[in-house]
Design a protein around this ligand. Structure first.
Ligand SMILES: C[S@@+](CC[C@H](N)C(=O)[O-])C[C@H]1O[C@@H](n2cnc3c(N)ncnc32)[C@H](O)[C@@H]1O
Length: 257
């Protein structure tokens, strides 16, 4: 098993573009749910695997008298953000320490599903939260791709999911049952919502999925998962405004310490 960012999702200019697109498409949903969970103006916030830092920047505005700690295996994009409330950290959530009982909230989007140690990480986050603090975890679910009426879309998305599952240990289905496991980790007041988005060719959401699959173009072909023609056909679909389907669902699950 290799580690995230070693050969897949390396933080190069293409990955930077993909992370910025991800933020544009998914930040409004995230902000709505975080605001509903409640962020006090003096909250101490933990943004795990912060990527481009868009959520961390938003948290800095919400918690105007608090502090935001934004972590990532590679914090290069976070270090560009200048904000007096933001502290960026090179930090591996699976192994590096943080002070116990020191955060009012923690958030991780599209991080834990990639980590085989996700159960242990959920317990580590519980330790870092103050009593009453909450965690929000956001993860994709491969529903409804698996029932798509477009065979090529279904095939390419499944091949990509299989590739990253084999390489990194990513679980594209964990999100479906993850709220049930929150109670076992020790969280209370567990809740969840799942959002399915229409996927139309040529939109920012379609561009995000096209760039995501394209990151693994060489591996998909070299491993015999897909042919170049299949990948070109998939890219053409996702650029075509006449193509309509559903994107992988986004599951948001939360709980309190
Ligand atoms: C798909 S990106 C999502 C970025 C950001 N959370 C967002 O949604 O905009 C996954 C992020 O998790 C980070 N990451 C992966 N494994 C990690 C680990 N073990 N510890 C900390 N960050 C990690 C990656 O470096 C990357 O920035």
């Amino acid at each position: 098993m290799e580690k995230y960012g070693e050969t897949l999702f390396v933080l190069d200019p293409a990955e930077k573009t993909r992370l910025e697109l991800l933020a544009d498409v998914f930040d409004p949903l995230c902000q709505e749910t975080l605001a509903g969970l409640g962020i006090a103006s003096d909250a101490r916030c933990l943004e795990i695997g912060a990527g481009s830092g868009s959520v961390a920047s938003w948290l800095c505005e919400r918690a105007g008298e608090g502090e935001v700690v934004a972590t990532d295996l590679d914090p290069a994009l976070l270090e560009r953000i200048e904000h007096p409330r933001l502290r960026s950290l090179r930090h591996d959530v699976t192994s590096d320490p943080l002070p116990e009982a020191s955060f009012d909230m923690a958030h991780a989007r599209l991080v834990l599903s990639h980590l085989p140690q996700r159960d242990d990480v959920m317990r580590r986050i519980l330790g870092w939260l103050r009593p009453g603090g909450f965690v929000l975890i956001e993860s994709f679910c491969w529903f409804p791709v698996d029932s798509s009426p477009h065979p090529l879309y279904r095939k390419v998305m499944q091949a990509w999911s299989d590739l990253i599952c084999g390489a990194l240990g990513t679980d594209s289905w964990w999100s479906r049952t993850q709220p049930a496991s929150f109670t076992g980790y020790g969280y209370r007041d567990v809740g969840a919502r799942t959002v399915t988005q229409n996927l139309r060719g040529g939109t920012p959401l379609a561009d995000f999925w096209r760039l995501t699959v394209d990151m693994s173009y060489d591996r998909l072909i070299a491993g015999g998962h897909l042919t170049a023609d299949e990948l070109e056909g998939f890219y053409a679909l996702l650029k075509d405004p006449g193509f309509w389907d559903l994107a992988p669902a986004l599951v948001q699950a939360w709980g309190r310490k």
